[in-house]
Design a protein around this ligand. Structure first.
Ligand code: SAM
Length: 205
């Protein structure tokens, strides 16, 4: 990984993902999380202020050291213990069936082997545990999809492998999760190609 991906992208992501307009989505997706939670693609800890009181601890999985450093103020103010516990969602260093819930916000777009990461989440989640997600991905409209395919190569270069065309709900169901509720919408203020969001809860079998 070069200087740009290692040093610059985490800082850009901290700003672009840290907008006020994302906060209601973070609040919604974190709502109902409880017990021991694994968060993949923890980034700079932008979800930390939204963990509900029922969360007992969070295992943060994040490869970027810079993002972890950027999280320090939020971590200092956290009301639940958060530990950086892994570096790669594709290979989680946890025992089978050891977590009550998982959280993924704008991360499934970037993990190279996203199906492998979802298999790993299923492995470490207890039967019936929930994965709370908000992710951008393939838009519902063909016209937007065409733009997404055009723009994806540039997006991947600018944002360290971020895809625009991943079909989030399809990926989750193919991995064996059951979606119990999902809201698909365009995020206000974001270009449609980058802001086709799926927010919901998936249950691990
Ligand atoms: C767009 S950012 C989202 C960060 C954070 N979830 C948020 O909502 O602000 C994507 C995150 O996924 C992380 N990531 C990239 N590859 C990963 C992998 N293989 N396993 C876990 N996280 C990864 C990146 O370092 C980055 O922090």
């Amino acid at each position: 990984m070069g200087f740009y991906e290692k040093q610059v992208v985490p800082r850009i992501v901290n700003v672009t993902c840290g907008t006020k307009s994302a906060e209601p989505l973070r609040r919604r997706v974190c709502s109902g999380l409880a017990g021991d939670v694994v968060e993949i693609g923890f980034g700079s800890g932008l979800n930390v202020p939204f963990y509900p009181a029922g969360v007992t601890r969070v295992a943060a999985v994040e490869p970027a050291d810079v993002s972890w450093k950027l999280a320090s103020r939020r971590l200092a103010a956290a009301s639940v213990p958060v530990q950086r516990s892994g570096l790669d969602g594709q290979s989680l260093p946890f025992a089978d069936a050891s977590y009550d819930a998982a959280l993924s916000t704008w991360t499934l777009c970037t993990i190279p082997d996203v199906s492998g990461a979802l298999r790993e989440l299923r492995r470490v989640l207890r039967p019936g545990a929930t994965l709370h997600f908000v992710e951008h991905g393939l838009a519902p409209d063909e016209r937007v999809q065409r733009w997404q395919h055009r723009l994806e190569p540039m997006q991947k270069r600018l944002f360290a492998g971020c895809h625009l065309t991943r079909p989030i709900v399809e990926l989750l169901t193919s991995a064996g999760f059951t979606i119990t509720g999902v809201d698909v919408f365009y995020e206000k203020g974001a270009p449609k190609a980058m802001g086709a969001e799926s927010l919901g809860i998936a249950v691990s079998p």
